[in-house]
Structures are given as structure tokens and as C-alpha cells.
Ligand binder design. Structure first.
Ligand SMILES: Nc1ncnc2c1ncn2[C@@H]1O[C@H](COP(=O)(O)OP(=O)(O)OP(=O)(O)O)[C@@H](O)[C@H]1O
Ligand SMILES: [Mg+2]
Length: 244
């Protein structure tokens, strides 16, 4: 079984004759360490899918297995929330930082909420990788948007999740800051061998992924590997060879 197995996932909102099928039998699987971008028009079901993957919502039909464990259907909320805390990190478009806590306190918050102390070495490593070491005592209001999102990424990684989910993580940033946040996200995911699923409208960000899944009206209409610069260079060279 793959790291993440999504099978026939169906989410219908509303009741009786006023229903909307936001996801319609969506199936795919993701290998450990993969970086998948989810794209699609507004209303196509991207956030709905991410919420289900994150066990924040329940489907009418279908299943999600994360590391061979069934994560959504028929599980009690108490069990789901433990599962969520231990295995899944979230990054949203809004940073949702606690305004009265400084950078390192915000990052440590999920661990503290669990009544534990964060390994100081791991905290240093996160601050360093996210370029926040010299901002560690700053409050959110003293940070730029990109820095705030980097803190939110640190917080999502605090509990060492195996799956990181991000819904439009660069939606509030300008293009340049967005790309910078994405490359930091990508680097941290590689460093800690995580699996990353990012919802995005931005083709430049989707092209950073290993694979892009496109939704339309709650259905997967395409699921394709991304050709990266290296392979593009190789094919360009192949083309030149053929020409010569
Ligand atoms: N709580 C809800 N109750 C009823 N309908 C909902 C609810 N949440 C979402 N929907 C509907 O489900 C569909 C999918 O919504 P979703 O938020 O997943 O789209 P999205 O692809 O994330 O869009 P966007 O790019 O605008 O964020 C939309 O038609 C939306 O109106
Ligand atoms: Mg959305």
C-alpha cells in the first residue's frame, strides 16, 4: 500500500434536493517523499479534498489510508484529532499566528499544547532552515508576510509530521515572496523526508512539484508528473543532437 491511499472519496454538502457534490469518487495514491500540487478552478473541490486528507472533515463515501491506517471514515473525533496531531502538519493561506507569542514560541506551540517540550536541537534546526534564527524573539506584527508564513511552516513541522498539507500557502504573498516560501517549504520537506501536498492556483508553484493533480467539479481530470528543468535540458540537448 502506498504512503497515502485515497479511494472513491466523495463529499456531498447540503441535504435532500439542495445538495452539492464537492468531490465525486476521487482516487489517487501518493508515495512517501512525493511533492504533489493540487490545482483547479475556484470551487473545484481542492480545499474540500485537503480537509478530508487532514481528517478535519468526513466524507459520505470512500476512504483515506495514511501509512496503512484508515484516517477518516467511521473514526471518532477524539481518535482523529490524535491522528492529526501526530501525523499531519497544516499550512494555510492565513498564517494564524498567536500575536502575543514570539517566533520561537509560535513554532513550539503545538508541542506545548501536547504538554511536551520541543527538542531544542530540532527547534534550532527549524529556525535555521526557515531563515528565522535572527528573528526568533520577534512578534508576528514585526514580521513580513513571507516571514510570518515561514513561522507557520515551522509550527506545522513542530510535531514532526509525516504528511504536510498546505492550502494556498502563498495566496497572501507577492510572486517573489511566494516562490521563496515555496522553496523553503520544499527544502524543509526534503530535509525531514516528508510528503507534501500543496493546493495552489499558481502555475509557477505547481511546476515546482513532482506531480500535479487537477480537479474540475470534484473530479480528477488530470494527474501528471512534472518534467523538471533537468529533464527539459536533456530533451533540449536531444533535440540539438538530432538537428546536428
Ligand atoms: N461547508 C460547505 N457547505 C456547502 N458547500 C460547500 C461548503 N464548503 C464548500 N462548499 C462548496 O463545495 C465546492 C468546493 O469547494 P472548495 O472550497 O473545496 O473549492 P476550492 O477548489 O478550494 O475553491 P477555491 O479555489 O475558491 O478555494 C464549492 O462549490 C463550494 O461552494
Ligand atoms: Mg479553497
Amino acid at each position: 500500500m502506498a504512503f497515502l491511499e485515497v479511494k472513491d472519496l466523495t463529499r456531498i454538502y447540503g441535504k435532500k434536493d439542495n445538495t452539492l457534490t464537492a468531490l465525486d469518487h476521487v482516487s489517487f495514491s501518493v508515495e512517501k517523499g512525493e511533492f504533489v500540487a493540487i490545482t483547479g478552478a475556484s470551487g473545484s473541490g481542492k480545499s474540500t479534498l485537503l480537509h478530508l486528507l487532514g481528517t478535519m472533515d468526513e466524507p459520505q463515501e470512500g476512504s483515506v489510508f495514511l501509512e496503512e491506517e484508515e484516517s477518516v471514515l467511521g473514526q471518532r473525533e477524539a481518535k482523529r484529532s490524535v491522528f492529526r496531531r501526530r501525523k499531519i502538519g497544516f499550512v494555510f493561506q492565513e498564517y494564524n499566528l498567536v500575536p502575543v507569542l514570539n517566533v520561537e514560541e509560535n513554532i513550539q506551540m503545538p508541542v506545548r499544547l501536547d504538554g511536551k517540550r520541543m527538542d531544542p536541537q530540532y527547534l534550532e534546526q527549524l529556525l535555521k532552515i526557515l531563515g528565522l534564527t535572527d528573528r526568533r524573539y520577534h512578534l508576528p506584527e514585526e514580521l513580513s508576510g513571507g516571514q510570518k508564513q515561514r513561522v507557520a511552516i515551522g509550527r506545522a513541522l513542530a510535531n514532526r509530521p509525516s504528511l504536510l498539507l498546505a492550502d494556498e500557502p502563498t495566496g497572501n504573498l507577492d510572486h517573489q515572496n511566494g516562490l521563496e516560501v515555496m522553496s523553503l517549504l520544499k527544502r524543509s520537506v526534503e530535509e525531514f523526508c516528508l510528503t507534501l501536498i500543496v493546493v495552489t492556483h499558481d502555475p509557477a508553484i505547481a511546476s515546482m512539484a513532482d506531480r500535479v493533480i487537477t480537479l474540475s467539479d470534484g473530479v480528477v481530470i488530470s494527474d501528471a508528473k512534472v518534467k523538471h528543468a533537468l529533464s527539459a535540458d536533456v530533451s533540449a540537448m536531444d533535440g540539438r543532437d538530432a538537428h546536428e
